[in-house]
Design a protein around this ligand. Structure first.
Ligand SMILES: [Zn+2]
Length: 322
């Protein structure tokens, strides 16, 4: 199984995050990818491969020109060390204040998108499973907006690419709802989206991710949100996983994109949902049993001490011998 990475991610390294009127240290740091690579390079059955960047044409498959061009313009106009901090509420292409832009942000985001597209191509070329070590993450980036540490939607780009081979299901397992992914496919019937996440009544992204959001127009019935209490624990989480897989399986998808965030880990700074490495192995094994080709895309997960081990556990479950 191939796991794609891009060295361009290191160009994006904001130091501060502004949320709710307070500055915090930015937790979406380059060391996240180093922590993943250090473990995956030793994992049997995993071959690391460097991906090239996504082109603007690639990005326009799911994003509006206003987002792609806007981000390129802002990022390209900054000096080294300078940061564009989005203003409160809606600021053009920025849905919130958690996606500051630096000189290297555009190239890093193109690199992350390139990882997802390379992972999709691997599956289209006949691989059973592939992984995209994307940074910055992507599931909070919608068709025409970015936010929540995300700039381009890596999982949506992979899913869009995989529609060449039939119907696609997206399973979002990040602690937060992927409102960007939901936004991209909300009015479409060829890509189903199911998300298990912390209740948006109390957690980011606050305005999306509720159970009543089921899709619109042709997309009605193709969106499933399963909000859970932030401290739900693994039993409730794994029950929700069964509901999500049952929903996605109903449409007999040809492949599955998994937006995997390890901020559900019990020791994550976001305090997670009480999951641990053993739970990720269970999730990986359950996905293997589903019998679909998969592209797994990294989203959140901010405890550097458990990130690599969590990936390894998930992949051991997904790749285990029968
Ligand atoms: Zn998250």
């Amino acid at each position: 199984m191939k796991a794609f990475y891009s060295t361009a991610h290191a160009r994006h390294a904001p130091s501060d995050d502004y949320e709710g009127g307070t500055w915090y240290p930015y937790v979406e740091v380059p060391e996240r990818i180093e922590a993943c690579l250090a473990v995956l390079e030793k994992l049997e059955g995993v071959e690391l491969a460097e991906a090239g960047p996504a082109s603007k044409k690639d990005l326009l498959a799911v994003h509006a020109p206003s987002l792609v061009d806007g981000l390129e313009r802002i990022s390209g106009g900054l000096a080294a060390g300078e940061v564009y901090q989005p203003k409160p509420f809606l600021d053009g292409i920025f849905a919130d204040q958690s996606s500051p832009v630096t000189k290297g942000t555009f190239r890093a985001a193109c690199g992350a998108a390139g990882c997802a597209l390379a992972a999709a191509r691997a599956v289209l070329g006949g691989e059973g499973h592939s992984v995209a070590l994307c940074r910055p993450p992507g599931h909070h980036a919608g068709r025409a907006f970015c936010g929540g540490y995300c700039y381009f939607n890596n999982a949506a780009l992979a899913a869009q690419s995989l529609t060449a081979a039939g119907r696609v299901g997206i399973l979002d397992l990040d602690y937060h709802h992927g409102h960007g992914t939901q936004d991209v496919f909300y009015r479409r019937s060829d890509v189903d989206y199911a998300s298990i996440h912390a209740d948006p009544a109390v957690e980011y992204p606050y305005r999306w991710g509720f159970a009543h959001e089921k899709g619109e127009g042709p997309g009605e019935g193709h969106n499933l949100n399963l909000p859970l209490a932030p401290d739900c624990g693994k039993t409730a989480y794994l029950e929700a996983l069964e509901r999500a897989l049952e929903f996605l399986g109903r449409q007999s998808p040809a492949s599955l994109v998994i937006s995997l965030g390890f901020d559900t880990h019990r020791s994550d700074p976001y305090q997670g949902m009480g999951l641990d490495e053993k739970t990720y192995r269970t999730i990986g094994a359950r996905l293997k049993d589903a019998g679909l080709t998969t592209v797994t895309v990294l989203e959140g997960g901010y405890n550097l001490a458990v990130l690599g081990g969590s990936w390894a556990s998930y992949l051991v479950g997904l790749l285990k011998a029968d």
